[in-house]
Design a protein around this ligand. Structure first.
Ligand SMILES: Nc1nc2c(c(=O)[nH]1)N[C@H]1C(S)=C(S)[C@@H](COP(=O)(O)O)O[C@H]1N2
Ligand SMILES: [Mo]
Length: 257
C-alpha cells in the first residue's frame, strides 16, 4: 500500500500548549458541578499538570477550512452499516443504551453515554479527510476532544498508546476494526471523538454514534463505531500486534500527512 503524499497541507499553524490549559480550566468549572462524575477534576492546575506529561512541545495543526469548502455529501468508505445483532440493537434505540468504555492504564475507568459526551465542552472543525485510496473530502466535525475524556480517566505514567475498538468486523475472519494513537496525538487539540457531521447527528454510514477524527492522519486511522477505548503500554498482544486493523494487513502505523 502506498501513501499518496499531499502537498496542500503545508499551511500549518503552531499550537501553543496554553490553549488546552485554558480550555481545560473552562471545562473543569462546569464538570465539578455535575453529579455524574463528582470530584473528578479537583483543580484546573492539577489537571493541566497532568495533561502536560503528554503534551510536550507545541504541535502543528491540520488546516481548517471555511463553510464554503464543505463537500455537500461526505463520502463513505469501509463499513457503512455494522452487521452485528449488538450494534443493530443499539442503533434501533438511537444509541440510548450505548456506552463508551474507557479503561486500561487509567486511574478512573469510565462508561460514558452519548448524553454525557454531548455535555462536555464541544469543538467543531472543518477539515479534509484523505483516504489512502486516493480521494479526499471536506467535512465539518463536532465532538469532544479526546484530551477531555482522557483527563477524566487519568492515564497512568506507563501509558503510551490509546487503542480504539469498534463495533464492526469488516474482514472475513471476524476480526474487529481497531486503531491506535500515541498519547501525544491523542492529546492533540484537533483529535476529536465526533458525534456530529455537517451540523447533523453523525450518520451510521460515517460511524454513528461516535468516531475518531485525527485530521493530521490518513482516513484509516479514524475509527468509526467506537465502543471501547483502552490505554495501553504496548499493542503487541492486541489482535495482530501492529496497532490497527489495516496495520495488521500491512499499512503503516504512523499515517501522518
Ligand atoms: N470501524 C471502522 N472504522 C473505519 C473504517 C472501517 O471500515 N471500520 N474504514 C476507515 C477508512 S479506510 C476510511 S477512509 C474512513 C472512512 O470514513 P467515512 O465512511 O466517514 O468516509 O473510516 C475509517 N474508519
Ligand atoms: Mo481509507
Amino acid at each position: 500500500m502506498t501513501h499518496k503524499p499531499t502537498t496542500s497541507r503545508r499551511n500549518f499553524l503552531l499550537y501553543a500548549v496554553g490553549g488546552l490549559g485554558a480550555f481545560v480550566l473552562g471545562g473543569s468549572k462546569w464538570l465539578s458541578s455535575t453529579s455524574w462524575f463528582p470530584g473528578v477534576l479537583q483543580s484546573a492546575e492539577g489537571l493541566t499538570r497532568h495533561a502536560q506529561r503528554w503534551l510536550g512541545s507545541p504541535q502543528t495543526m491540520a488546516r481548517e477550512y471555511s463553510k464554503a469548502d464543505i463537500d455537500p455529501v461526505f463520502r463513505v468508505n469501509g463499513t457503512t452499516q455494522p452487521d452485528t445483532p449488538a450494534y443493530r440493537r443499539l442503533s434501533a434505540s438511537d444509541f440510548h443504551d450505548w456506552r463508551l468504555e474507557v479503561g486500561g492504564l487509567v486511574e478512573r475507568p469510565l462508561k460514558l453515554s452519548l448524553k454525557q459526551l454531548r455535555q462536555l465542552p464541544a469543538r467543531t472543525q472543518i477539515t479534509r479527510h484523505d483516504c489512502v485510496e486516493g480521494w479526499s473530502c471536506i467535512g465539518q466535525w463536532t465532538g469532544v476532544r479526546l484530551a477531555s475524556v482522557l483527563e477524566m480517566a487519568r492515564p497512568r505514567d506507563s501509558a503510551r498508546y490509546v487503542v480504539f475498538f469498534c463495533a464492526d468486523a469488516p474482514g472475513d475472519n471476524g476480526e474487529s476494526y481497531y486503531e491506535s494513537l500515541a498519547m501525544r496525538e491523542a492529546y492533540h487539540p484537533q483529535t476529536l471523538l465526533a458525534y456530529g457531521l455537517n451540523g447533523q447527528t453523525l450518520p451510521i454510514a460515517n460511524g454513528a454514534p461516535l468516531r475518531l477524527r485525527v485530521p493530521r492522519q490518513l482516513g484509516y486511522k479514524m475509527a468509526k463505531y467506537l465502543m471501547r477505548i483502552q490505554v495501553v503500554e504496548s499493542f503487541d498482544r492486541i489482535a495482530g500486534g501492529h496497532g490497527g486493523y489495516w496495520e495488521d494487513r500491512g499499512y503503516d502505523w504512523y499515517a501522518g500527512i
